[in-house]
Design a binder for this molecule. Sequence first.
Ligand code: 13P
Length: 334
Amino acid sequence: MNLTELNKVATAMVASGKGILAADESSGTIKKRFDAIGVDSTEDNRRDYREMLFRSREAMSRYISGVILYDETIWQNAADGTPLVKLIEQSGAIPGIKVDEGTQALPMCPGELVTVGLDKLAERLKKYYERGARFAKWRGVIDIGSGIPSMTAISVNAHALARYAALCQAAQIVPIVEPEVLMDGDHDIDRCYEVTQRVLNKTFQELRVQRVALEGMVLKPNMAISGKKCPKQASVEEVAEKTIRLLKACVPAAVPGIAFLSGGQSDEEATAHLNAMHKLGPLPWGLTFSYGRALQAAPQKAWAGKAENVAAGQTAFSHRARMNGLASKGEWQS
Ligand code: 13P
């Protein structure tokens, strides 16, 4: 393992003014997104849609540091035969790959999940590296509800994240470690804070036990935020203040960067929260976005599966990318 090189990639992923495009929706998830805009989820439509994003010159070259791909996409070619990975590289962004294989029910823990995909991961990473991937993503999912999360769910997911991260570094790939505490439910921001604190502490404990080099990883956490159905929604300032307090308490300064998931926040909320956090600097790590929905909802709507809307889709994507790029420097204005 070359830690200097891993650190260089991790640092580039969170470069000031840039962030990550999470375009790694599984076939099931992208079908849901396409259903919402009345588009059939065929292999060609998925390719055309992602090609539209990766060919958005302004967004990709100025505001996007890296793109997380799904397995199908990393092997796909653009309509003119150019590998999609090459389009990303040509724009100056770094290709990455989602390597977890989704979740399964966790035995003995009703309603809780564990992320799977460690078997054969070492061999898969080798192939992804050869194809151009320089970072990877694995998402653990923790739900908040009555009596959950259990310590069991937090532990097994942290263990799997650390196993994955160590395998990535051994394959010269930067792991994005994503322990997502869901914002579904009616819990308040303080409950989210308390659960996320337990999850992050356990995750970093496992990372240490399994000898993961913190300098060669990126953390992708949720923000400390009110549950979607909570009657009392915390303000932008409260989300920013509590998230930064939480991260400072749990994330060592050796970690080069933190890139948030959007998790179901609206586009503007996701931008406003990141921006407000940068008003609370200086911060010990790079702090940016790794948004899926908050970057793609607008271009999906503008595109709607029609070739004649490609330019409109790219304009919508570039706008959101630019807004989040500004927010990653605390320079966004509503
Ligand atoms: P969202 O920003 O839509 O939550 O997606 C980010 C992601 O990669 C979740 O795993």
